[in-house]
Write a protein that binds this ligand. Structure first.
Ligand code: F6P
Length: 358
């Protein structure tokens, strides 16, 4: 008899991951199932790295950042072989793994990348997978929100609130760089709530001279300026100044955190040159992912986790547990999968940006 549920977490850590693990495990134990944690995302399937998730193991984890399972960016469809660039599709190892560990279902918690692998496993092997939408980037399709974004946005807002008086005292320009890849949710929400004067998001294309004019106006009015900028921007005249570091990850995303020179530095240099005002780059970095989980992310995580288990128990597989109108709701994986991502639509960013205090 297949009596266990498997759980894994993939991609970058985000608040709420442990709450999902807790919610799903609690519900599974109540129903008499065992729970097997797969370590470090999809990689744990290849390495056979597992841990039994017992009631003692989940005690007190729901409000802790990170993930007790560990995570990785392993893409099962393109697993690196040896030291060169050769890759192999290892998806066929998942059905074998599930049989070995008597898994009647697999809960894959992650963003667009983790979800796209789960979708392939469901379509090609008919595997009983259910996903949970995690990411501080907020860019998973088919869900109103992803858990992790709220905590990270609060953390970003507090970091920005914390530098206003410093920059007001020195009269400098701050270029605060925020994670989020090609989506500006974290930059927009955190930047606006933090009281930034200028916000630049990846969804828009900017002209450097216009940014400089805007910053000059802010400095003339307030004596300093705080810009919150996304880690990916479209400022065509400056793109050649961005220096790449390591190559792309296994999902073909640029590893932005490893860049030798990113947008904060490039923009600060440029603004100092064009305004004559001293400018400082501030890269918020991985601390954005580590703040204490917000109430919303914990509550979402617990409900999504429980729902994910219920779907497996009821045989409603191939679903993402989306967050829709404040409820955990199953949506077809094809809506969220296929490598799609959700940028901020103009009808959301335009009115929010109109609130900037210029
Ligand atoms: O996708 C989540 C994310 O936090 C991005 O916002 C960021 O660019 C990336 O992960 C950083 O990845 P890493 O953990 O590999 O440095």
């Amino acid at each position: 008899m297949l009596e266990n549920v498997g759980i894994l977490t993939g991609g970058g850590p985000a608040a709420g991951l442990n709450a999902v693990i807790y919610g799903a495990t609690k519900a599974a134990h109540e129903a008499g199932y065992g729970v097997i944690g797969i370590r470090h995302g999809w990689r744990g399937i290849l390495d056979g790295q597992i841990m039994e998730i017992t009631p003692a193991r989940i005690s007190g984890i729901a409000n802790k950042p990170g993930t007790i399972l560990g995570t990785s960016r392993t893409n099962l469809t393109r697993v690196k072989i040896g030291k060169g660039s050769k890759t192999e599709d290892k998806t066929q190892e998942v059905p074998v793994f599930m049989k070995t560990h008597k898994l009647c279902g697999l809960i894959a918690i992650g963003g667009e990348d983790t979800i796209s692998v789960a979708e392939i496993l469901y379509n090609q092997f008919d595997l009983p997978v259910v996903c949970a939408p995690k990411t501080i980037d907020g860019d998973v399709c088919g869900t109103d929100r992803t858990f992790g974004l709220d905590t990270a946005a609060n953390w970003v807002a507090n970091a920005i609130r914390g530098i206003h008086e410093d920059f007001a005292s020195t009269g400098y320009i701050a270029c605060v760089e925020v994670m989020g890849r090609k989506a500006g949710w974290l930059t927009l929400y955190g930047g606006l709530a933090g009281g930034s004067h200028v916000i630049l998001i990846p969804e828009k294309t900017y002209v450097m001279s216009e940014i400089a004019d805007q910053v000059k106006k802010v400095v003339d009015r307030y004596g300093y300026c705080i810009l919150t900028i996304a880690e990916e921007l479209k400022i065509p005249a400056l793109i050649s100044k961005i220096q790449e570091g390591a190559g792309p990850d296994s999902f073909n995303h640029a590893q932005i955190a490893l860049r030798e020179k990113g947008w904060a530095k490039v923009l600060a240099e440029q603004l100092q040159k064009s305004t004559g005002v001293e400018a400082r780059p501030i890269v918020l970095g991985h601390a954005q992912r580590g703040g204490p989980p917000s109430v919303l992310d914990v509550i979402m995580g617990l409900q999504i986790g429980r729902k994910a288990f219920e779907l497996i128990h009821n045989g409603e597989i191939g679903q993402l547990v989306a967050w829709v109108s404040e409820n955990p709701v199953p949506v077809d994986l094809k809506i969220a999968g296929g490598g799609k991502f959700k940028p901020i639509p103009p009808e959301i960013y335009e009115p929010l940006l109109a609130n900037l205090d210029l």
